[in-house]
Design a protein. Structure first.
Length: 170
């Protein structure tokens, strides 16, 4: 039996690393929230809703990618850089990301999401070297979202218009 090298492991199982990264961020978020909940127990219900939403919505694309890589015949994560090839599992992944962008924008701007995040410190933080600061201004949260969304749209546009080679082992 041939052992996979690190490149092959990353190529085939990147989605697992992404789920683990999301879970780690969740654990840090939960830990950060403990002091705020202790100081104001009324925040607990809102944090629980944010925790559940984060775990579900942030893992959805990675689960779709995992299905594509394990049962969908997508040989590696590198195929996700070529949505224009029309692979249905790759397109489903992009579809899930677009749905997250739309739902996230609607929630933040029209359903009080930015306000809810601002009322639950630790949900969004900025790092300045070793210093961390909670973002508690709804306008700042919306601005960061729009900047991230613009970056994501630019990245997707590049993937559609640039002919990225698919990386493989030799």
């Amino acid at each position: 039996m041939k052992l996979m090298n690190a490149f092959d492991l990353i190529s085939k199982y990147f989605w697992i690393a992404a789920i683990l990264f999301t879970a780690t961020n969740f654990l840090f978020f939960r830990k950060r929230s403990e002091a705020y909940i202790k100081a104001n127990p009324q925040l607990l219900e809102g944090y629980i809703a944010l925790f559940r939403g984060y775990l579900f919505w942030m893992n959805l694309p990675w689960i779709i990618m995992g299905l594509g890589c394990t049962v969908g015949g997508v040989p590696s994560v590198w195929y996700y850089f070529r949505p224009k090839d029309g692979n249905p599992y790759v397109l489903a992944w992009f579809g899930s990301v677009f749905v997250l962008w739309i739902l996230g924008t609607l929630w933040l701007f029209f359903k009080g999401g930015a306000q809810k995040l601002s009322e639950h410190p630790g949900a969004i933080e900025l790092s300045y070297g070793f210093k961390r600061q909670a973002v508690t201004d709804p306008g700042t949260i919306k601005t960061f979202w729009l900047l991230a969304l613009a970056g994501g749209i630019a990245g997707v546009a590049l993937m559609w218009f640039i002919d990225f080679p698919i990386l493989t082992t030799r």
